[in-house]
Ligand binder design. Structure first.
Ligand SMILES: Cc1ncc(COP(=O)(O)O)c(C=O)c1O
Length: 347
């Protein structure tokens, strides 16, 4: 069947550029985990006005260099000695909270843990000692609850970091703290640069509609109708008979499943778009297929395009909707798309 693909993620590079253009500057685009599942999009982020890139691992920094990216790169994750060497070979700056890493890195950003409780030193005196080193080029922290407006921790973290930055008292350092939610929520968190991931991809850090912040989802997920079959009352679809027809009806088979990252938790609990209309996925999501109820009469035909995330006609399914159904966040929905899903980057 030409013109369709069993599982295709289309990534609109123009949307990534426009999202970056809308975000505060200076902007560091966070492109870890294959750019949250979007593939090689660093060039679009840079065209949109990002001047830094951030990744979690040394391998990701090396990969950016292999793609020809020469913008400054920050490796934010914990590094073994071997990984630190790889990061340095990639001429990346690294985040440091131990004497060992701060002592070896060429350019280090000291991380104070102001309440995330994950990476960074919680010991302010230790952070102050690290920050006095001549190879230190930046100071950072990371917010735990920036996506929860009205919480107490965010302002407390901001205040603790502000006070630390003042105590360091160096004006030659790049100071940064804000993720997407903080960047959109409070200009006081911007310092010298914001570090945005989710908003770059046009998803809403507050888990609502990204359009509220002028953001455009960059990724859409597509498949096709591989079969349309008549079901009689009592006929069931998929493993375990988790859905049974109650009346004569039509069911489509769409060749995408949890082997593509379309999670089994969506069994009997998501919609897809066909011919501009929503249709429910019925029965168990299997590794390679889902089944979709078309109703008692249908014009749907084999070969029709199916949208699992994205728009068709007037209808739209956001990654945020899929995430809500799974009890997770949009980050995990796009990052969880597996390598079997072909990525196509549209200019
Ligand atoms: C240290 C750090 N900064 C910034 C970000 C970007 O966060 P977001 O995608 O919410 O903008 C992340 C992502 O998890 C992170 O780990």
């Amino acid at each position: 069947m030409s013109g369709v693909s069993r599982a295709l993620a289309q990534v609109d590079l123009g949307a990534i550029e426009r999202n970056c253009a809308r975000l505060p500057k200076p902007l560091c685009a966070v492109v870890k985990a294959d750019a949250y599942g979007h593939g090689p999009v660093a060039g679009a982020a840079l065209r949109g006005g990002a001047t830094w890139l951030a990744v979690a691992t040394a391998g990701e920094a090396r990969e950016l260099r292999a793609q020809g990216v020469d913008a400054p790169v920050l490796v934010m994750g914990a590094l073994t000695r071997d990984e630190l060497r790889v990061a340095l070979e990639a001429e990346a700056e690294v985040v440091a909270w131990t004497d060992e890493v701060a002592g070896v890195a060429t350019r280090a950003h000291v991380k104070l843990d102001t309440g995330m409780g994950r990476l960074g030193t919680k010991d302010r005196e230790h952070a102050l000692r690290l920050a006095a080193r001549p190879n230190v080029t930046g100071l950072m922290t990371h917010f735990a609850t920036a996506d929860e407006p009205g919480d107490d921790l965010f302002p407390a973290q901001l205040e603790a970091f502000q006070s630390f930055v003042e105590a360091v008292g160096r004006d030659d350092l790049l100071v940064h703290a804000a993720n997407s939610a903080a960047a959109l929520r409070d200009a006081a968190s911007h310092f010298d640069m914001v570090r945005c991931g989710i908003a770059v991809y046009g998803m809403d850090p507050f888990h609502q509609d990204p359009a509220a912040h002028g953001l455009e989802p960059a990724l859409s997920l597509h498949s096709w109708v591989a079969a349309v079959r008549r079901f009689e009352p009592g006929d069931s679809a998929g493993y375990g008979r988790r859905w049974t027809a109650e009346e004569p009806c039509w069911v489509a088979t769409v060749p995408v499943g949890y082997g593509d990252g379309w999670r089994r938790g969506l069994t009997n609990d998501c919609d897809v778009l066909i011919r501009g209309r929503r249709h429910p996925v019925v029965g168990t999501v299997s590794m390679d297929n889902v089944t979709v109820a078309l109703g008692t009469g249908t014009d749907v035909e084999v070969g029709d395009a199916v949208v699992l995330i994205g728009s068709q006609g007037e209808e739209r399914i956001l990654a945020e909707e899929v995430a809500r159904r799974l009890g997770t966040i949009s980050y995990e929905v796009t990052t969880g798309l597996l390598p079997r899903v072909r990525r196509e980057h549209l200019r």
